[in-house]
Design a protein. Structure first.
Length: 753
């Protein structure tokens, strides 16, 4: 019987509620709340991985494992007990702890034992969210959140604030077909509220292995009676009801009638009780109720949860360290903070509680900030995070490693770049011991502050090649990104061919269709590395593909900017390409979108900050050449955001810029007219140079100089590092050194001798 229930339970894991929008009614605030779709928060999938087709094992079981007894599991049941290298028991079942609200768990769920767990396996696989599409449902595998919940559930101090997770129905609790039919036809108008709840429990258990959901007309009587009685239910009874709803959750859409009516009424009643003041709910009780909503996958649909979490975070200083971790886990699932939450207060609490948390608990808090897209205003926190990673990385699991890397990548002060370099050193040492899904974040952890670490890139590339069949296309793109951005010389040049083959393979096409921006970014990276694959380029330029991916109306607001760079780069560097290109009108739309003003033009009567370097160099060059007619600032390459300073020299003297070069429209790369030798002063801003390596230019900058040469311009690089803080005399010397000697009598620049 157990095996039968387990197999059916696994089938439920593949179902979800594909509601993109949750429309509250009745007691819920009358506004449309955008809801992200998540799969049901399940215990069986909380911390497991597939060992074989029909074998499941729990890894690193939490402190909430059911104590199996002969009464609960018949001797004929096919339940396997295994022992890992640490002697930890691995069971086929996992649940939560008993509720503080009393008898329901003891009487109906059995008391749960709390075994001691010493470690968490570092070989967690597939812990990132993925999607599948089956029979109209959008299925989300939120394995990362489930593994994070396993960490939370192993904290003994939280045993009173974690809700029980539905596991299976015992055979003695099932009713017969005739009893079920009788209950569905019963009029519960005058029934006692406890009888209504008991009847709903029997019906729910009976429907456990059935496909029908609560929208079926047979359940109208019991659901209407239940909704009417919720206001009279005690908190314990509401907990019982929410526990039973876990059976219906995988089968119901959020706005399905009856199901919506029940949880909306629960939400209304809990808000009323929470708003009574006088601490109606204790802290543990409030966290317990929020945990029930989390198991129903309705955190973002519940106004009670929003109000409760807002109250908890705005008084986060009253939470102990472990409670703070639990609250931050719910924000990790929510992926947002309430707009009225004072995140500065949250940061302050995190800093004060930091030393009381384990690295795994710190990772949960970091992921909550990362997924909520909240940067740390306190610069001390990222530095402490980096030092913690360096000290404890050897003992962390893959989930925690990813949490630290995501946070460090999202925000880290460059002033402490040496700590980031040590983080990269540590990653090189531990990368072999962790899941392949750490690779993407390991590859990009230092790219935001431009800390180049060649050994780490080589190590990531090596691991990516070894695990090419396991990586997603998004992972390939992230692995290739630092290779491109740092203009890194690969020790494994076969990476480019492997990535190209993977993106063109039939098995990857569903992923390509699902993540169209990824293939466009990858082709852009390859082009920056001077690699042109005509099949991949044709895929990106295909108008049908663009319409399917970005909609019928294409513009600069929905198309990635890399698309324009691909189109122009092909025209400049791959003239043999004969595949599709962007339509001319769309190309013009994109050019206007990105080059929305003339270079050097005032904006709101002020010079744009990014133009200051170009204007300063152009002014000095005008003095050296003898007049404005010899110099022109223009977007020669419209797909690069910074303009270039053009001038022409013939027989050692400057040539006035012809009219054809000063009035051209920036809709295409513009080659020079044959009036002499053309030069382009390329403005290298601070972001174009790798900051921890001298004279190391980034890949996109090197691509720009390469394409300027292809067009017929000789690039001359002037760096913001050498120009910005210097005197006029030094700046004059810099330009003279770049241009040769200046003939002041003839106002000519000799650069050819």
């Amino acid at each position: 019987m157990f095996t039968k229930h387990l197999n059916h339970y696994q089938k439920f894991l593949s179902r979800s509620r594909a509601d993109a929008l949750f429309s509250p009614k009745n007691s819920i605030t009358q506004s449309r709340i955008t809801c992200q779709i998540h799969q049901c928060f399940d215990s069986l999938a909380t911390n497991i991985r597939s060992v074989s087709t029909n074998t499941w094992a729990v890894q690193g079981l939490s402190c909430h494992c059911i104590k199996l007894t002969p009464r609960r599991i018949p001797t004929t049941s096919n339940v396997s007990l295994r022992t890992d290298s640490d002697g930890l028991r691995k069971l086929n079942l996992c649940t939560g702890v008993s509720t503080k609200f009393d008898p329901f768990v003891k009487n109906n769920l059995n008391q749960l034992s709390i075994p001691t767990v010493r470690s968490f396996s570092t070989s967690c696989h597939n812990f990132s969210s993925t999607e599948e599409h089956k029979t109209g449902y959008k299925v989300y595998h939120e394995t990362e959140n489930k593994l994070l919940y396993a960490m939370v559930s192993r904290i003994p101090e939280l045993k009173d604030s974690l809700a029980p997770v539905f596991t299976y129905v015992e055979e003695e609790d099932l009713i017969t077909d005739s009893e079920f039919e009788k209950l569905t036809k019963t009029d519960f108008f005058d029934a006692d509220k406890s009888d209504i709840l008991e009847s709903f429990k029997k019906i729910t258990y009976y429907m456990y292995e059935k496909e029908d959901n609560l929208t079926h007309p047979s359940f109208d009587n019991i659901c209407q009676a239940l909704v009417s009685s919720i206001k009279d239910l005690s908190d314990d009874d509401i907990c019982k009801l929410m526990y039973l709803l876990q059976i219906w959750s995988p089968k119901c859409y959020r706005k399905d009638r009856n199901y919506f009516d029940i949880f909306a009424e629960i939400d209304k009643i809990q808000i009323e009780r929470l708003s009574q003041g006088n601490n109606y709910y204790s802290l543990d009780q409030l966290l317990l109720l929020i945990d029930f909503w989390s198991h129903l996958n309705l955190l973002r649909s519940s106004n009670f949860c929003k109000l409760g979490l807002r109250k908890l975070l705005n008084k986060s200083h009253q939470l102990n360290a472990k409670q703070f971790v639990q609250v931050m886990f719910y924000h990790c699932r929510n992926r947002t903070f309430h707009p009225l939450v004072n995140t500065y207060e949250v940061e302050l609490t995190f800093e004060k509680r930091y030393d009381q948390l384990t690295p795994q608990e710190i990772a949960i808090v970091l992921l909550a900030f990362f997924k909520s897209e909240k940067q740390f205003n306190n610069k001390n926190i990222p530095v402490k995070v980096g030092k913690t990673f360096i000290k404890h990385a050897q003992e962390m699991d893959s989930i925690s490693i990813n949490g630290f890397l995501k946070s460090l990548k999202f925000y880290f002060p460059f002033a402490h770049w040496n700590i980031m370099h040590q983080v990269c050193d540590k990653l090189c040492q531990i990368l072999d011991n962790h899941s392949h899904q750490v690779l993407a974040n390991a590859a990009t952890v230092s790219t935001k502050i431009d800390v180049y670490h060649a050994d780490l890139i080589n190590k990531v590339v090596e691991k990516a090649i070894e695990n090419k069949d396991l990586l997603r296309i998004k992972d390939f793109e992230k692995v290739l990104f630092p290779v491109m951005i740092y203009n890194h010389k690969l020790k494994q040049p076969e990476l480019v061919d492997i990535v190209t083959e993977e993106f063109l393979s039939d098995k990857r096409q569903p992923e390509v269709a699902q993540y169209p921006k990824t293939i466009i970014s990858l082709v852009h990276h390859l082009i920056m590395l001077n690699s042109f694959n005509h099949k991949l380029i044709a895929k990106c330029m295909d108008l049908e593909f663009l319409h399917e991916s970005f909609g019928k109306k294409l513009s600069g607001y929905n198309l990635p900017k890399e698309l324009l760079a691909i189109d122009f780069s092909v025209a400049i560097e791959a003239p043999e390409y004969t595949g599709p290109r962007l339509p001319e009108n769309l190309r013009h739309i994109l050019c206007k979108h990105y080059a929305w003003r003339k270079p050097g033009e005032l904006f709101h009567n002020q010079v744009v900050k990014s133009d200051e370097l170009g204007i300063s160099i152009m002014s000095k060059l005008t003095q050296l050449l003898g007049g404005k007619e010899y110099v022109h600032l223009a977007y020669v390459l419209p797909h690069f955001i910074r303009p270039d300073i053009l001038f022409c020299v013939k027989d050692g003297k400057p040539v006035p810029i012809p009219v054809g070069m000063t009035d051209f429209v920036y809709m295409n790369p513009h080659p020079p007219v044959p009036t002499g030798k053309w030069y382009a002063i390329v403005l290298m801003s601070f972001s174009h140079q790798v900051k921890n390596t001298e004279n190391h230019y980034k890949g996109n900058f090197m691509c720009k100089t390469r394409q300027l040469k292809k067009l017929g311009y000789e690039p001359i690089v002037v760096s913001a590092f050498e120009w910005t803080d210097e005197t006029e005399q030094v700046r004059d010397k810099i330009l003279r050194d770049r241009l040769g000697f200046l003939n002041t009598e003839n106002t000519a620049v000799s650069v050819e001798g």
